[in-house]
Design a protein around this ligand. Structure first.
Ligand code: MRU
Length: 365
């Protein structure tokens, strides 16, 4: 099934300019409905509510948000400063995934050339993200298969990193898809991913659509599943990766990494280069989004904790580089735990010519 999380749709609205069309992920898998967005503040709301989510998809949202601000500014006769303020609201709609600001900053310099130039650049962001995901998935699968001696791998993953979280294909789930395509995948253990259940609602939905064998487990089961020897590796996505390999991802990822270290199995982070933030030397400076405590004290709108009990709801954690066996990007696979950080890849381009060189660099044929 082809899932498109976010796109620019020329038929949205009635002035021929179009708008953002996004699959509302708050209602999946039960209800498939789209939000058609023409106002920047509606995009900010959609981002805050996680109707569109996942770092690479947020990069596309950021880029398309600039077009929205320009179109809305023209319709509403905003000043240039008002347009810039609207762009800034999109840029800061969520703090942890660097891709959101990256997507805005990628197209913002083109504003002087007009909205068509910005829209074309935003569409390019989406196209390049899919290409990056497919390449990093191939490289990630190569790295794993070179190190794990089993005909078919048993994989644990956390949160949702598939087509729904990206432009297409996925990052960690892209690696899973690549293993499946090579007939080297046995089973995926999907952490349900409390409190918003991106694992049980979204990852299971994507895997079921693709006919990939999987089970959903409570997040609290992950460490035990790993130490019992039921999985060969864990692969997760990231919202921001610091230069040294510290990686911010959905809350609960750190526990998975700790268990993998104890069990001596690979813990891989799979992400496009757009998620790497070389301006951050390490993860200590990454802002962790704190969401409403009610997402934890209630489930599906039903209060679970006693009235008066407050929830604590950090949405992400940071896994230190010493626990990260591999970071698979389209530029190659870094090994932070073994001492190669991300700066080694700073000057590489992602052009296809690098594929063979990257594979050679990591000791693969
Ligand atoms: O709060 P979310 O659902 O946006 O969090 C998403 C994640 O943590 C993903 O693992 C990450 O963004 C990578 S998506 C390819």
């Amino acid at each position: 099934m082809t899932l498109i999380a976010i796109e620019w749709d020329d038929t949205v609205g009635d002035d021929g300019r179009g708008g953002v069309r996004l699959l509302d992920q708050t209602l999946l898998p039960g209800t498939t409905t789209h939000r058609e967005i023409r106002h920047t503040d509606d995009l900010v709301t959609a981002i805050a509510e996680l109707a569109v989510r996942g770092a690479p998809a947020l990069g596309v949202a950021g880029a398309m948000g600039v077009v929205l601000a320009m179109d809305e500014g023209e319709r509403e006769a905003w000043s240039a400063a008002q347009v810039e303020q609207a762009v800034d609201r999109v840029r800061h709609a969520r703090p942890t995934a660097v891709n959101l600001a990256w997507g805005v900053d990628r197209v913002r310099p083109l504003m002087a050339e007009g909205r068509d130039a910005v829209l074309e650049a935003a569409r390019t962001v989406a196209r390049e993200d899919e290409a990056a995901n497919r390449e990093l998935s191939r490289l990630g699968a190569d790295w794993l298969l070179a190190r794990i001696d089993r005909p078919r791998l048993r994989v644990l993953t956390h949160c949702n990193t598939g087509a729904l979280a990206t432009s297409a294909w996925g990052t960690a789930l892209g690696v899973v898809r690549e293993l499946h395509a090579r007939d080297r995948l046995e089973l995926v253990y999907v952490d349900e991913t409390r409190p918003l259940l991106q694992g049980s609602r979204l990852t299971a939905f994507e895997l079921a659509s693709d006919g990939i064998a999987h089970v959903v487990q409570a997040d609290g089961a992950a460490a035990s599943t790993i130490l019992r020897g039921l999985v060969d590796l864990a692969v997760v996505g990231a919202d921001r990766i610091a230069a040294n390999g510290d990686a911010a991802n959905k809350i609960g990822t750190l526990g998975v990494a700790l268990a993998c270290a104890d069990a001596g199995i690979p813990f891989m982070v799979a992400a496009p280069w757009s998620t790497v933030d070389l301006a951050m030397a390490d993860g200590s400076g990454i802002e962790i989004e704190e969401r409403s405590g009610e997402e934890v004290t209630a489930l599906g709108g039903t209060r679970l904790a006693p009235e008066g009990t407050r929830g604590f709801n950090p949405a992400f954690d940071v896994t230190p580089a010493r626990l990260v066996g591999a970071v698979a990007t389209e530029r190659g696979v870094a090994e932070p735990k073994a001492g190669t950080d991300l700066t080694a890849f700073a000057d590489r381009s992602a052009d296809p010519g690098h594929h063979s060189r990257d594979r050679t660099a990591i000791g693969l044929k």
